[in-house]
Design a protein around this ligand. Structure first.
Ligand code: NDP
Length: 280
């Protein structure tokens, strides 16, 4: 299942998350296992410090580069034109690929730039470097992460290329309806990170009752809920049977009543961080 981006490229709707996946054998093997079990979309970031192993996992899978959608992200200390240019190059080298499918500004307002009120300028400059990388073929689509409407409005004032996606915390526990509506209105695809609330929503009783009814796990129901909302969804696991389980979500459909019931599960686990209050 794929979703069309405003860049013209298609993105596989289920991607494989790698935050907190240790560099080395675990990252390499989990990425390889994900790919050989059907995933075609991998999400990493410079700050996860596992790009090298993620790249090795891709190679070890034996699956052609052009069949895989690969995302990485700009870290908070590189929010400038030169900084972003350099960061893109470093990520390409670490991943050992010729191009990135998607490159995101990880956070809109890093603390240092917030403190001296230069976060808007930082984003505009980094974005210009990202646009140039699109023009030169190093990146196919560009987007943002953790952007609230006011951050997007600021970026849209100077952006020549519109963001293709906004990757935000999205799970039944925090549905960020205002951000999702803003994204939608602007043709920006919402990507759901932490779709399992980093594991915190999986013991919820109601979610498990629904899961039982469909003969699925709570994780599968949460992932399926995200897909039916039209989000790109990014579950993470380093456990082989869970990696397989989280991709096995295409053979059932949650009915309208149960979708509505899941919509009521706000605050059953982790909720979204406020990007204007981060300490990094
Ligand atoms: P998820 O919401 O995907 O949950 C992952 C946790 O749940 C892990 O502890 C995992 O354990 C466990 N888990 C996974 N599948 C199952 C299952 N089927 N049954 C039981 N437990 C399960 O977490 P993340 O917060 O990592 O989010 C997913 C991805 O989103 C990240 O990896 C990253 O790529 C992206 N992200 C982006 C952010 C951003 O700022 N842009 C911020 C946070 C995440 P185990 O691994 O041990 O199996």
């Amino acid at each position: 299942m794929k979703i069309k981006l405003n860049s013209g490229y298609e993105i596989p709707a289920v991607g494989f998350g790698t935050w907190q996946t240790p560099d080395g054998e675990i990252a390499r093997e989990s990425v390889r296992i994900a790919l050989v079990n059907g995933y075609r979309h991998i999400d990493t970031a410079a700050v996860y410090k596992n790009e090298k192993s993620v790249g090795e996992g891709i190679k070890a899978s034996g699956i052609a580069r052009d069949e895989i959608f690969l995302t990485t992200k700009l870290w908070n200390d590189k929010h400038s034109y030169e900084g972003a240019k350099e960061a893109i190059q470093t990520s390409l080298e670490k991943l050992d690929v010729d191009y990135l499918d998607l490159y995101l500004i990880h956070w809109p307002a890093p603390k240092a730039l917030r403190d001296n009120n230069t976060w808007e300028q930082g984003n505009a400059e980094a974005w210009r470097a990202m646009e140039e990388a699109v023009e030169s073929g190093l990146i196919r689509s560009i987007g943002v992460s953790n952007f609230m409407p006011h951050h997007l409005e600021s970026l849209l004032k100077t952006a020549k290329i519109k963001p293709a996606v906004n990757q935000i915390y999205l799970s039944p526990s925090d549905q960020q309806r205002d951000v999702v509506a803003f994204n939608h209105k602007h043709g920006i695809v919402s990507e759901a990170y932490s779709p399992l609330g980093t594991g915190t929503i999986l013991s919820d009783e109601k979610l498990n009752e629904i899961a039982l009814k469909y003969g699925k796990s709570a994780a599968q129901v949460a992932i399926r809920w995200s897909l039916q909302k039209g989000f790109v969804v990014l579950p993470k696991s380093v456990t082989p049977h869970r990696i397989v389980e989280n991709f096995d979500v295409f053979d059932f459909e949650i009915n309208e009543d149960d979708m509505a019931l899941i919509d009521t599960l706000e605050s059953i686990g982790k909720t979204a961080p406020n990007p204007d209050e981060t300490t990094y």
